[in-house]
Write a protein that binds this ligand. Structure first.
Ligand code: HEC
Length: 248
């Protein structure tokens, strides 16, 4: 048995190491979940630029406001779509079917995306790098591609802030997938490079925060479902006994 485990490890480890090494280069997000101002700026970016297409259905506006120290009234005035209520989850403005038709892929729910993209800091680093890695690619439907999400089906929604950049070392990246991409800003946006990095960090910070309470909510729902199933098992068992008692 021990030999078997050893053999498995010898086979699997180099494979895992190779898989880890072959991924795209990721920058360090360096987020701070205790920085309320950063989380609030991130929430604002998220509501203004992402909810048009994505939902965050495990996250409620009220919960967000309470956690981030934003009073209900301010959430209502500044962060809600006029049709939404402060107690509602963050829904998307368009139907999944329309989204699928327009983009080819429906924009996924973002409630727990930071966790889906990797454990520990990895998910945060992925998101932070993703927001800063859109570049001009005329062959793509929206005119942009992304170095961490090849042939992405999402437009560069923050281009007015960042501007538009081109990929300088495409050939090197084609040869070494994990090389660090180099970009050149050929059309400046409303923010400087440093300001945009901070905006990407705020947005990432908010999405990591969002993944935590959203997970709690999802798990507590799961517990009720499990409890119901256990309860139902006993009912079913009692019924079975009742039905069969005269036959034996
Ligand atoms: C115009 C619609 C649209 C907007 C606005 C938009 N997205 Fe997207 N997004 C998409 C689509 C479509 C995809 C799916 C892309 C694919 O699978 O190729 C996507 C994919 C993603 C992914 C990758 C998901 C995965 O499965 O790997 C992330 C992360 C993401 N979006 C975050 C955001 C954030 C954060 C914002 C706001 C700053 C935002 N998006 C705004 C349409 C949009």
């Amino acid at each position: 048995m021990k030999k078997l485990i050893l053999a498995f490890m010898m086979l699997a480890l180099p494979g895992l190491a190779a898989a880890a090494g072959a991924g795209p280069h990721l920058d360090q997000a360096n987020i701070d979940l205790t920085d309320k101002a950063s989380l609030q700026r991130g929430a604002r970016l998220f509501v203004n630029y992402c909810l048009n297409c994505h939902s965050a259905s495990f996250m409620r506006y009220k919960r967000m406001g309470d956690d981030l120290g934003i009073p209900d009234k301010l959430v209502e005035e500044n962060l809600l779509f006029t049709t939404d209520k402060v107690r509602e989850p963050m829904k998307v403005a368009m139907s999944v079917k329309d989204a699928g038709n327009w983009f080819g892929t429906a924009p996924p729910d973002l409630s727990v995306m930071a966790r889906a993209k990797g454990s520990g800091n990895e998910g945060a680093n992925w998101l932070y790098t993703y927001f800063r890695s859109f570049y001009v690619d005329e062959s793509r439907p929206f005119g942009v591609n992304n170095t961490v999400f090849k042939d992405v089906g999402m437009p560069h929604v923050l281009w007015e802030l960042q501007g538009m950049q081109t990929l300088v070392n495409a050939e090197e990246l084609a040869k070494h997938a994990s090389a660090k991409p180099e970009f050149a800003l050929n059309q400046p946006g409303s923010m400087s490079a440093g300001e945009y990095d901070q905006a990407a960090r705020d947005l990432t910070n908010f999405m990591v925060y969002m993944g935590e309470p959203a997970q709690l909510e999802r798990k507590s729902l799961g517990i009720w479902v499990a409890l119901f199933l256990i309860f139902f098992f006993f009912i079913a068992y009692a019924l079975k006994k009742e039905y069969w008692k005269d036959i034996h």
